[in-house]
Structure formats: C-alpha cells, structure tokens
Design a binder for this molecule. Structure first.
Ligand code: MCU
Length: 394
C-alpha cells in the first residue's frame, strides 16, 4: 500500500464546502481480482474498511476510479503540457503537446449559445459529433469527433487516433478512456479561447452520445469532472448495463451484449479487460461505479427496451447508481429513463422523457434564469410614472 496524500478539495467541491485540511487516502497501487457475484459495495474500501465520512467518500471515489482504470478502461493520462487553440469559422484547431509528442486535432462549434452574456452560455458536447437528444434552441452544440481521438472500427483498431499518437499505440487506455482524455482537451481549448471568442461558458457543459457513443458519454462524464451534466443514451452493457447482470441474463437465454462478446467487437475497453471477461465476478467494480464517480454532478441516463442493450441490466445498475446519489443526499441529481411503453428505434429520443431532460438542462446548465429580451424601443419610465424608486418592503 502506498500512502497517497490528497487535498480535501475534491470532497469539498463535491459537497459545496470550502476545503478545511489535508486528508490521506490509503489507496493500493494495484488491486487483486475478487470473488463477488453481486454489484460491488461502493461504501466499503477495497481493504474492507467502511466509508464513514464525506472525506472517506472522496477517497473511495478515487479508489473506484483506479479500479475501473486497472480492470476495464485503462489508465487516464495526466493533462498534457499545453493545448494551443485557434478558431476559424466554427472549427477549433488545437495543438496538444505532451512531454514527448505533439498532435493536432479539431472540433466544431455547431451552435453558439444565444443570449449568452459576457461569461458565455451553456453547451452540449456531442460524442459522435451530433447529439441524438433534443437540444433546445439557444444552447450551444459542440461536435466532438471521438473516432479521430481513438478509433472504434473493430477489435483490431486499438491504438489508432490522436490520443495514441500522443501516448503511444500500446497505451493501455481503451477508446472510452481515450475519449474522456480527449474531451478534456476540448474543454482546455474552449477555456483558452474564452467566452468572447466561443460564446461558451465551460462551467456549463453537458456531454451526451448514443449507443457506442453512449458508453463513451458515461465514461467521459465519469473521468472528466468539468462536465456539469452527463446524458448517456442507450449504451447498454459496458455503458449503463452491468457486466454481472448481463452475464446472468445471457446465461438465462437473453440475447444481450456481454463482456466476452464486447471485447471481440471493438476497442471500447482496455486490452487488460480481456482476462476478466469470462469471469466478470472477479472484477472489484461494475458499472454503478460510473455514476459513483459522477455524483453529485448531474446525470440523466436514457436507456431502451432493446434486448441486446439489456434493459434489466441497465435498470438495476443505474438504480444502484441512484442509491449512491440518494446516500449523498442528491438523489434527484441522477435520473434514469427507459421508455415503459415499449421499444423505440435505437437512438431515437423517447418523447416522454422530454420534460425531464429539459429539467436537467435547466438545473445543471442554466440554474439561474434572469431573462428579459425584446426589440421594443418604448421606455419603461414613461409607463410607470411615480412608482420609482421602488419601496423597500419590510
Ligand atoms: C449499444 O451500442 C452498440 C452495441 O454495444 C454494439 O454491440 C452494436 O454493435 O452497436 C451498437 C451501436 O453502437 O449502434 C450504433
């Protein structure tokens, strides 16, 4: 065991308090496989100690992050040395430089937020370039070309994309983790350009994506903490769906994506994951750890009844996620929606979830609405006469 000293800042940010002192997290450097048929307990450290305080929880979140990295997603590299961004038309070009390499990447500001004010307005980052959820007029839209960051064309496509140009084609990150890192560079670039140029306030960003990109959006929200809201759509197993429950359902005859199928199909997980896919109960994590890392930030998971996506698996894993939010006192910061009235086409937004999605946008991207927009040239004072100044009410 190494002693990793961490600032209480994380815990303090999560609970909206000022940092008070330094805490020490006892986090093993590596974790051994376990034998756990149920969803692993988020409230017990790997060494068996219970999580008792908010400071413990910040340490446990760090531990869960490390477990997910070691067993399934691969390592999240530290931020690069620099990101140099420029904007031409609606295309941002960035040069990302690490200690050893440099790469150029682009993303698109498809819509600029309207009526944004000097600090800019909120925007939705679409993993896969175009959002599949409705984005109300006035919200910005950023197209993030995740495939250029890390390819997902087949299980043979590991190591291709600008993430690997920077970190080496044998880097252990699978494409989901690579996307989380690259999405962080998109935010770096937006911060560097500033709201005057982009119209975007990087404190009010959401991330979304559907299907394989829904697996991506969930991982991006979990590992890039600057997203205020995460809206993963229909990622199925490996997204909101649990490894354990999907294996159980498959063993009972369901035609459902499992860990062992998933690794034959694509690059989403780290190559390290392969040794666990026939024995997922040995992984000291499951997919409810992703909401555990996102909490208390906004999270609205949309899933579907399509059998391959495992509606029972996604529902139970995300109910577990909501239990975690509940224990933190913020249950409604996480929502789950699986259209109860049956199937809809894959990645087609279920209209009945529209009001809830609007509420999540409102709460996490636009918590204060102070709006007064008109093209009238009449003067208020001509019509209020002697009302002003307004009285001070006792
Ligand atoms: C849920 O997303 C995936 C699924 O995991 C894959 O098995 C399937 O091949 O493709 C889905 C998808 O991304 O559809 C667009």
């Amino acid at each position: 065991m190494t002693r990793v000293t961490r600032s209480l800042l994380l815990a303090a940010l999560a609970f909206g308090r000022a940092p008070v002192s330094l805490a020490s997290c006892d986090i093993p450097e590596t974790f051994a496989p376990v034998s756990e048929p149920q969803l692993p307990d988020p409230w017990t450290f790997y060494n068996g100690e219970p999580v008792k305080t908010k400071e413990d929880w910040a340490c446990r979140q760090e531990e869960m992050s490390k477990i997910l990295q070691q067993f399934q997603l691969g390592d999240l590299p530290p931020p690069p040395q620099s990101v140099q961004a420029s904007l031409e038309g609606n295309t941002v070009t960035m040069t990302v430089t690490t200690k050893t390499n440099s790469a150029t990447a682009r993303f698109t500001i498809r819509n600029t937020p309207r009526a944004a004010g000097s600090s800019g307005g909120p925007a939705v980052v679409a993993v896969g370039s175009y959002p599949t959820i409705p984005v109300p007029d006035g919200l910005g839209i950023i197209g993030f070309d995740n495939d250029a960051c890390a390819a997902q064309t087949s299980a043979q496509a590991y190591g291709k994309g600008w993430f690997y140009d920077l970190h080496g084609s044998d880097h252990p990150a699978g494409s989901l983790m690579a996307w989380a890192w690259c999405a962080g560079r998109v935010i770096d670039a937006l911060q560097q350009l500033g709201p005057e140029k982009t119209g975007i306030d990087t404190k009010r960003l959401a991330v979304t994506g559907c299907s394989r990109n829904g697996k991506g959006a969930l991982a991006v929200g979990a590992f890039e903490k600057r997203f205020a809201l995460t809206v993963p759509v229909e990622g199925g197993t490996g997204g909101a769906g649990s490894w354990r429950i999907s294996d159980f359902l498959s063993a009972n005859g369901s035609v459902i994506q499992t860990a062992r199928q998933l690794v034959t199909e694509n690059t989403w997980m780290s190559p390290r994951f392969q040794k666990y896919v026939n024995n997922v109960t040995t992984i000291p994590a499951d997919q409810h750890f992703l909401p555990a890392l996102i909490a208390p930030r906004g999270l609205f998971v949309i899933e579907s009844n399509i059998e391959w996506l495992g509606p029972d698996s996604t529902t139970i894993a995300m109910k577990a996620g909501r239990e975690i939010y509940a224990a933190l006192g913020v249950k409604s910061n996480m929502g789950f929606y699986l259209e109860p009235s049956g199937e809809h086409n894959h990645c087609q937004f279920p209209a009945n979830a529209g009001v809830a999605l609007g509420a999540f946008y409102g709460r996490f991207l636009q918590p204060t609405v102070d709006i007064e927009v008109s093209n009238s040239t009449l003067e208020l004072g001509d019509w209020t006469g002697d009302w002003s100044p307004a009285p001070k009410l006792g």
